[in-house]
Design a protein around this ligand. Structure first.
Ligand SMILES: Cc1cc2nc3c(=O)[nH]c(=O)nc-3n(C[C@H](O)[C@H](O)[C@H](O)COP(=O)(O)OP(=O)(O)OC[C@H]3O[C@@H](n4cnc5c(N)ncnc54)[C@H](O)[C@@H]3O)c2cc1C
Length: 382
């Protein structure tokens, strides 16, 4: 185990995470390599009356770490038991590693849009992934969790009991998917919002989909038809055949996308569907879970998070339903059908971004069934 204090080289690098908008200055960083290190760090914090926090990738940081910060990035082992279709991973593993290891056995985890996200933080938040409408949340498929309790003892326990040091969870026999996206130009945003909403009324549980409104910057790394434009990006992950996928998406294809990347692909490459930026940055995000998307909600979405939004915003609507209907957690009811999520780079300042998001979510809140903590970024939950 390596420990680092603010004056030591390596301290800044160890606490640097994907979210750069929540700067931390813990008194001590413990670069843990296993459950014993975590237990020792917890006992040290208890003995000195210090708070403890944990960080894997830093995608989900909401408050600056104080006291003792346990860094799990070295606890990233992944092993697959193909016979039982299980993965066992260390607390610092990312989905990218699990995707690759599981694919060697024709298996898939309940991972999400970005392979760089940490398995543990994601699963603790429920875990809403590409195959979730078919198989449910990642948290519903945890077989066992190794945890260190607040008194520093280690053992097996419920996920929320303490600091997770390892997880064992189900994998699913999915080798390939029909996946990718359809990208539509700025003149089509309102039409695509309505068409996607209507299209999602009657889809099989084997098809997962989201719709993102994205203000693409005018930069050379953005492909030509999207560069500098406000785009509607329909994302699809379907575990049926390519021919059936083509048949299902035909009504949206008929709207004439600027770009069409739908194809049969290995599930291990599913991170290319949303193609989220892999570089650390400072961002704020919030969300609501809604039972429906009536026209007035779509108008609010376009006004407050489209091309005329007060701050540039990536707006994502995910289709829930399917196996999520069995989810029984706060903020979720059998009626929960869509998430509406907003994410903005912190520019010019956090208060301006929070005010813009508040304007978007205020009219949505009365009909919302809740708010998913996984998609609250860069700020406390309350
Ligand atoms: C680009 C991007 C894409 C995303 N896509 C999805 C998605 O498709 N579906 C989805 O459901 N979520 C998604 N998320 C949300 C993501 O699941 C959460 O942000 C999650 O908290 C990230 O976990 P982490 O370990 O990577 O991050 P970290 O910031 O390292 O950890 C987040 C929090 O998790 C807790 N935690 C981490 N490790 C432990 C541990 N060992 N023991 C106890 N608590 C721990 C701590 O409270 C910590 O502050 C996405 C986030 C981003 C930024």
């Amino acid at each position: 185990m390596q420990t680092l204090t603010p004056d030591q080289p390596g301290y800044r690098e160890e606490i640097a995470g994907f979210q750069t908008g929540v700067p931390s200055t813990p008194a001590l960083v413990v670069a843990a390599t296993g459950a014993d290190d975590v237990a020792e760090a917890v006992r040290h914090a208890a003995a000195h009356g210090l708070p403890v926090s944990v960080q894997a990738t830093g995608h989900g940081l909401r408050a600056p770490a104080e006291g003792v910060l346990i860094s799990t990035r070295r606890m990233a082992d992944v092993s697959i038991d193909p016979g039982r279709a299980l993965a066992r991973v260390g607390a610092g593993a990312t989905w990218g590693t699990v995707l690759a290891a599981a694919a060697e056995h024709g298996l898939a985890p309940l991972s999400g849009s970005a392979p760089g996200v940490g398995v543990t933080g994601y699963t603790l938040g429920g875990g809403f992934g590409l195959l979730g409408r078919r198989f449910g949340r990642a948290a519903d498929h945890v077989r066992s969790a190794d945890v260190v309790l607040p008194d520093g003892t280690a053992g097996r326990g419920p996920l929320e009991a303490g600091i997770v040091t390892a997880l064992e969870f189900d994998l699913f026999p999915v080798r390939t998917i029909y996946g990718g996206g359809l990208y539509f130009g700025p003149a089509q945003l309102a039409d695509v919002l309505r068409s996607w909403r209507d299209w999602t009324a009657d889809l099989p549980d084997t098809l997962g989909t989201s719709l993102a409104l994205i203000p693409y910057p005018d930069l050379p790394m953005v492909p030509d038809p999207l560069r500098g434009k406000h785009i509607a990006h329909v994302r699809v992950a379907f575990t049926g055949s390519g021919a059936e996928g083509d048949r299902l998406v035909a009504p949206l294809r008929a709207l004439g996308p600027l770009r069409d990347t739908l194809t049969t692909m290995p599930f291990a490459e599913s991170g290319t569907i949303a193609a989220e930026p892999p570089h650390p940055h400072a961002y704020l995000g919030d969300n609501r879970v809604l039972p429906a998307l009536p026209d007035d909600v779509l108008t609010t979405v376009l006004d407050q998070a489209g091309p005329d939004a007060p701050v540039p915003t990536v707006l994502i609507i995910d289709l829930l339903g399917g196996a999520y209907r069995d989810t029984n957690v706060p903020d979720f009811t059998p009626d929960s059908r869509y998430t509406v999520r907003a994410l903005s780079v912190i520019d010019p300042d956090p208060d301006t971004v929070k005010a813009a998001h508040a304007k978007l979510f205020a009219p949505l809140t009365p009909s919302a069934t809740g708010r998913l903590r996984s998609f609250v970024y860069g700020q406390p939950l309350d």
